[in-house]
Design a protein around this ligand. Sequence first.
Ligand code: F0G
Length: 461
Amino acid sequence: MGVNYVPEPFRIKMVETIKMLSREEREQKIAEAKYNTFNLKGEDVYIDLLTDSGTNAMSQEQWAGVMRGDEAYAGASSYYKLIETAQEIFGYKYIQPVHQGRAAEKVLFGLLMGEGQYSISNMHFDTTRAHVELAGARAIDCVVPEASNPAKRVPFKGNMDVEKLEALINEHGADKIAVVIMTVTNNSAGGQPVSIQNVRETAKICKKYGIRFCIDAARYAENAYFVKQREEGYADKSIKEIVKEMFSYADMFTMSAKKDTIVNMGGLVGIKEDEKLYQACKGRTISFEGFVTYGGLSGRDLESLAIGLHEGLDENYLRYRIGQMEYLAGRLDDAGIAYQSPVGGHGVFVDAKAMFPHIPYYEFPGQALAIELYKEAGIRTCDIGSFMLGNNPDTGKQLKANFEFTRLAIPRRVYTQSHIDVMANALIAIKEKANKVKGYKITWEPPILRHFQAHLAPVEK
Ligand code: F0G
């Protein structure tokens, strides 16, 4: 019973005051926000778990790097520092900075795919899917079936279903598959890791059929830490060695550096050796992002990104980071609260369907729990379920998601053990009165990506 908290491998030098409103004030704020956590003002939130993206705390080395950043339009020293660091870590010849992950997707995918083609991934993140579609292609998810059973504890729940992958290639024809994308960790499945063996097997299939293999590398360091913990033969390897091996199997990567690279803004495209593709990438970067040597970032961003690449791979840091997730998950286990288990790398995805069996999918259990968490303790989270999924574009009917999760995404190096206890205590308090919690209906919604803006109201029965 219980999991020990791994103490922070840092001390705090600068603090940011956070405000705790009264319950009455919180109830008023969430009603004013039309029961959508995206409409809350950040200052009205006590603990912000909306995302782990760009919400991380930089180190004193990174802040010192901000002061050293070289703001030359072309050929800044911060650019060369970033390129050398990334080449060394990933073993790729070509690295292109861009302003965030979706910019990497925009720059690269337009060169890889077009009408009538497909991208197959263990799971596409929302923006990744959007950029596949914007390039004219279609996205197919191909995750192992265990991923859709929150209670089933298997070590690599984020894996690609390699048998299904090969069947899909044969069904559509290899020439129709523009790219295979491995998302590490698998965010949409709950931050679940992918094994090196699975990366290797996927690469082998890509090679057999002559298909390009891309890594979506947002949370690659957390993935490598899970490999070290769980995969046979990797316990004695360093995180850096595991990362090198993982990337050696792919041809290219896109990266949102706002996650494991512990910065507030940034992204990368990596290309192993295809010079022609790199040249084309540079052209698109200049049009969409900015000149090749800054890619939409300031020199100071390039500098802190280069430093963050190393810090994100520090094993002591990763032990503490994943330890926070395991501690929170342990407290939920003790309280009998279900979540996508075993816990993933960047947050806890609570099974709201299990908590509120009386709320049907079309009354959004994941959103109901997000609202309760704000009312209970000023914690901001979001729905990863039917509310996020939206309507069938042809019929306008509400779609039913495979999961009804509420995601508690934990920013890096930001919150302490007592904050994590606030999260666990809030969930436990909500569970005790779960049968009184009501579902929600939508009172207004925009046509696309509605969950960011929609208005809701409680369902009165
Ligand atoms: N790929 C993955 C796996 C992601 O999780 C994200 C962002 C992106 C690509 C896009 O990167 O935001 O820098 O443009 N995920 C965030 C999240 C937004 O909250 O999960 P971006």
